[in-house]
Design a protein around this ligand. Structure first.
Ligand code: 3UK
Length: 547
């Protein structure tokens, strides 16, 4: 046990430098992650302790448990039960946490979706996961209602927040008498959640997590890197629907009886204000956000960050310059960590007091990590290769037998598509992506998905989308567009194409730069040479050739 860390279900004692599979952690086979995170606190002496802080609202573990239990009865009364999939479309509000925990206690598989997703993206997820019902935040209902037309499986909506008289509401489902609900004991490999990742080819993949592997992430990464106590307050901006947020703002705080601080959409000053006023101790943000916060004038004079003990940085690489600037300004150490939706959370991380700025860090206790070539052979230190990891969490896909087979082919190693170099001391240094995924401000944007949507526009003959370097966001989406016959480039057309993408896809995916070209560079076999476009060595648009 770590002193000061209270756990109902004891965390497995992990030896350093040894990889563990999930069975080797020896969790009871029949457990429920909802009960472990909620009931163990509410019934284990923490009923009066704060669980969720959101602006002026505070929910203690006792109050949270009461709401969750009432919702369990309410969802059952609607005919939803164990094994059903339910889509969640809510911002970071307490209702998200209530809904997620109720799903877990019932054995319902929660399918979190990012608030920015558009109808076609939501319809894909609803159809793929087979979600019969959704719990939706009133202000976010419109895109989901449009998605229903394309995904007939999604029949029922439960509305939280602002609702209409004819709606089935979350509050209405929580009016039952009974404030107790015994969580179902799940079977060994019973699903807890499906988290969708933007696949590099543009087809999202459902990553499956079972009840035990969610706890495993808390007991490996959070416990060994962050060593939380019940006094900690976890805060930050990642959406609860993204496993970075599900872990950092729900699973980890509750696993250690601590509190989570929820806040509205990210804005630099508002985030700093929340850190200061809610006395956040552990921050979870993307590097772009730390950089934007550093741009706030007089930040340390205006915001007292004295409670912050560590900042976790993930979703994209943390440059040494950002690490140093944050440390110099705030005195707080940032811990870079690479995680993924497949792995649930971080598997290679910097450690407090042992940070090497510019390096992601070392494998998290419980995980093993290699840098390999295309054939899976380990490369020498100092040589670039694909990062491959193994541990208690990892690649389990929802109805994607090909991907599953690939995972097996790699002998249980998870290959994320990131190129790394391991230095002589074992520190892992991020280089780049090995595919067409664009990482911008921590968002994952598959180039081919944007091309597909651009090509639907009548002014576009064809397009190619790549990552272009950007001082704030790391990279931005840049589109090279060949126009349809009779169309000419203009600033208005750039804006129109950008609006088209924002309407069809989550707005963060839109191309911030658009360049019109005569043709796209291709190989002899006709494949677009994106590396040429990345070097911007392109054939410019030439009206003379267009006559
Ligand atoms: C990239 C990083 C360099 C990398 C995530 C923490 O980002 C998360 O999950 P996604 O599925 O994307 C995974 C990909 O993101 N990446 C993430 N962290 C870093 N690249 N340095 C980093 N520190 O390309 C990776 O393959 O969206 C992050 C926890 C949970 C998560 N789901």
């Amino acid at each position: 046990m770590i002193p000061g860390v209270a756990e109902s279900l004891p965390a497995p004692e992990l030896m350093p430098d040894r990889v563990y599979t999930l069975p080797e952690l020896r969790y009871p086979l029949r457990l429920n992650v909802g009960a472990e995170l909620l009931d163990s606190n509410a019934e284990g002496g923490r009923a009066g302790r704060p669980a969720v802080l959101a602006g002026p609202r505070t929910l203690t573990y006792g109050e949270l448990a009461k709401r969750v239990n009432q919702l369990c009865h309410g969802l059952r009364s609607m005919g939803l039960d164990r094994g059903d999939r339910v889509l969640l479309r809510l911002p970071n509000v307490p209702e998200f946490i209530v809904a997620w925990l109720a799903c877990q206690k019932l054995g319902i598989v929660s399918v979190g979706t990012m608030p920015m997703l558009r109808a076609r993206e939501l319809a894909y997820i609803a159809a793929d996961a087979g979600t019969r019902a959704a719990i939706v935040w009133g202000a976010l209902r419109e895109e989901l209602e449009r998605a229903q037309a394309q995904a007939p499986v999604l029949k029922r909506l439960v509305v939280a927040g602002e609702a209409r008289p004819s709606d089935t509401t979350l509050a209405g489902l929580m009016t039952g008498e009974s404030e107790r609900f015994t969580a179902v004991d799940t079977e060994r490999d019973e699903l807890a959640m499906i988290a969708y990742t933007s696949g590099s080819t543009g087809v999202p993949k459902g990553c499956v997590h079972v009840h035990r592997d969610i706890l495993a992430s808390a007991d490996s990464y959070a416990r060994h890197v962050l060593a939380p106590s019940e006094e900690d307050r976890f805060g930050g901006h990642p959406t609860l629907a993204f496993t970075f947020g599900t872990g950092g703002l729900l699973v980890f705080p509750f696993r250690f009886g601590a509190s989570t601080v929820l806040s509205g959409p990210f804005a630099p000053e508002a985030m700093l204000e929340t850190f200061a006023s809610q006395r956040v101790t552990l921050a979870f943000c993307a590097p772009t956000s730390y950089r934007l916060m550093l741009g706030v004038p007089d930040l340390t004079r205006r915001f007292d960050l004295g409670s912050l003990r560590l900042g976790v940085s993930a979703a994209e690489p943390l440059p040494a310059a950002t690490w140093e600037a944050w440390r110099k300004t705030t005195g707080v150490e940032l811990l870079d960590g690479i995680g993924s939706t497949e792995m649930f959370h971080i598997f290679v991380s910097s450690l407090p007091g042992r940070v090497r700025p510019g390096a992601t860090g070392l494998p998290v206790t419980g995980y093993d990590c290699r840098v390999v070539d295309e054939a899976g052979r380990e490369v020498a230190p100092g040589q670039p290769g694909l990062i491959a990891i193994k541990g208690p969490t990892g690649c389990k896909y929802w109805r994607k037998p090909d991907r599953q087979a690939e995972y097996v082919r790699f002998g249980g190693w998870n290959v994320t598509g990131d190129v790394y170099v391991r230095d002589a001391d074992g520190y892992l240094v991020y280089q780049c992506r090995s595919d067409d995924m664009i990482v911008s401000g921590g968002y994952k944007i598959p180039g081919p998905e944007i091309e597909h949507v651009l090509d639907e526009h009548p002014a576009v003959a064809e397009s190619a989308v790549v990552a272009a370097p950007d001082a704030t966001r790391g990279f931005i989406v840049k589109a090279f567009v060949v126009l349809a016959a009779g169309r000419a480039p203009s600033a208005e057309l750039v804006a129109e194409l950008q609006e088209h993408v924002k309407r069809e896809l989550a707005p963060y995916k839109y191309p911030r730069a658009v360049e019109f070209v005569e043709r796209l560079p291709r190989t002899e076999t006709g494949k677009i040479q994106r590396f040429v476009l990345r070097q911007a060595d392109v054939i410019p648009w030439d009206p003379a050739k267009r006559a």
